[in-house]
Design a binder for this molecule. Sequence first.
Ligand SMILES: [Zn+2]
Length: 315
Amino acid sequence: MINQVEDVVRIPLPVGEEFFIKKHHIESAGDYKKKRICIVTGIHGDELEGQFVCYEVSRRIKELESALDGIIDIYPSMNPFGMDSVTRGIPAFDLDMNRIFPGNFEGDMNEYLAAKIIEELKGADLVIDIHASNIFLTEIPQIRINELDQDSLLPIALKSNMDLIWIHGASTVLESTLAYSLNSTGTKTLVIEMGVGMRITRDYGMQLTDGIFSMMAELGIWNAIPPLCKNPMVSYDSHGTEVCYLNAPCSGIYIKEKDHGSHVDKHELIGKIISPMTGTILSYIEAPESGILFTVREYPVVEDGSLMGRILKDK
Ligand SMILES: [Zn+2]
């Protein structure tokens, strides 16, 4: 058994500091060709939901090391400067790290970094890239898949214990993301979105950890009975408007009336936009359709057009 923290990349900086990305490498004993799963998080430095998942996966493996038959690599902080300074992108460059893949070994430091990350993850049997919405919206645990990759990704995603799998039209998918770069070159990569920025939602972390062990069992990396998992709902952009977007009709302060993840009926009150200045209700927000409120606004200040939630319509 190998169980150690290793360097992925180390770059000296002009101010005498060093930039580095590390991984926790856990590998079952024996010299044979092993399957590998990679858990990646922190590409957006202000999305912290994955931190608990990395911890909990390691903890559970330590508890039952004999069940591991393969390699698990955990990368808790792909954008360490972003995480240190609680910023989404790479600070000082004002750059979203998930817009620079596949990178370039001949490019500047950030492009080099992106190329190094791709080289590191390429060839894994499964990569799980954990994101956490932003500080404005909470998401139920979900996987987002480019429709071009659904044949390769849907079977394993169905074992993920997430609430929702959302299959996006190819035209809405950004080509400069880690997941796009890896999937388009044959390394299966699932993008998880769950919870809210800058926070840890422990229940969601537990739910995804259960899903990771279920997927590891499916791949043959984990020889123990996996946790019982739920069947995710699957929504397709290509099937028309299965998702409704709730946008604010005016500016003000948004007060939620319905909990995240709850089922709402058509015309049910979801929230209100109020004016703290005049003490009036500026707008009642009703569900345009019945369905599951799978995204809700957490950050109360809204402007005309701000996203307040999403509903996955009943079938
Ligand atoms: Zn993100």
